[in-house]
Ligand binder design. Sequence first.
Ligand SMILES: Nc1ncnc2c1ncn2[C@@H]1O[C@H](COP(=O)(O)OP(=O)(O)OP(=O)(O)O)[C@@H](O)[C@H]1O
Ligand SMILES: [Mg+2]
Length: 292
Amino acid sequence: MIGEQDEAPGAEHEVADYDPRYPIVIEGLTNRFGTHAVHNELDLTVRRGEILGVVGGSGTGKSVLMRSIIGLQRPETGVIRVFGRDIVAAEPDEEIGVRSRWGVLFQGGALFSTLTVGENIEVPLKQFYPELDRELMHEIARFKTVMSGLPEEAASKYPSELSGGMKKRAGLARALALDPELLFLDEPTAGLDPIGAAKFDELTRNLTDTLGLTVFLITHDLDTLYAICDRIAVLADGKVIAVGTVPELLESEHPWIQEYFNGPRSRAAADSKQRSAENARRAIDNPPPGKA
Ligand SMILES: Nc1ncnc2c1ncn2[C@@H]1O[C@H](COP(=O)(O)OP(=O)(O)OP(=O)(O)O)[C@@H](O)[C@H]1O
Ligand SMILES: [Mg+2]
């Protein structure tokens, strides 16, 4: 019978022993530009359902790491498995059955400036589901717009008509277009004011919890790390030198980790996180009259 011998797209890249608890597994990754080794035998495992914060000095290779995971940067050596599929072995455009299972918000947003927000959101829909009915596509775009905290009218606006924070939300809406299981966010709160950044963080956490996402979140924002990340991976010297919660990372003696997490900005972020937790507790213990 015909169907019985048909293989699923990309089946040749499938790894038999895939453990769904670890949607991303990277082993021995080396990326080099000329003589400059950005990654040198880097290992990293991302757990399902977590928000993994990825930090490291500028130029340590955070964005290159993200591009490698989604197959846009072919590494020199190493294995990258996403949902058990071998990304390195696949051609960039090859159908391997996983590209529609992730969404990406690139550093800087990268919306198409000649398309409206709605049209931007429809780009991945058209790419993966070209047969989809036009009206349904518009409907999905409007839904994702609202889901990302924008007013529905924003779907018909051009990126130049939006504030920085709205552009980030539009980028997030596009990343969510295909109902991904994995979300890659590269510096999503860069350039936002602290209130806008905190709101974006809250949105990321809420969407992660309600949609059951796994998030790979590159950030320099200490408030984001404290507020929403389950674990943090630190990139330095071409490797992931530590992965864990902030208290776990503080056990490392690596000077970059000590300076980053023990510096005044980190302490301020930790204090702010503690204050919000105390305020929340107080609100529960002493509800306003009539709300008990
Ligand atoms: N296409 C490329 N060709 C040559 N070198 C590159 C390329 N892409 C990145 N690099 C280099 O690789 C290194 C890592 O770049 P990457 O963009 O990953 O840094 P990053 O950690 O994301 O930094 P930032 O925090 O500033 O965004 C940098 O030295 C960069 O110049
Ligand atoms: Mg970067």
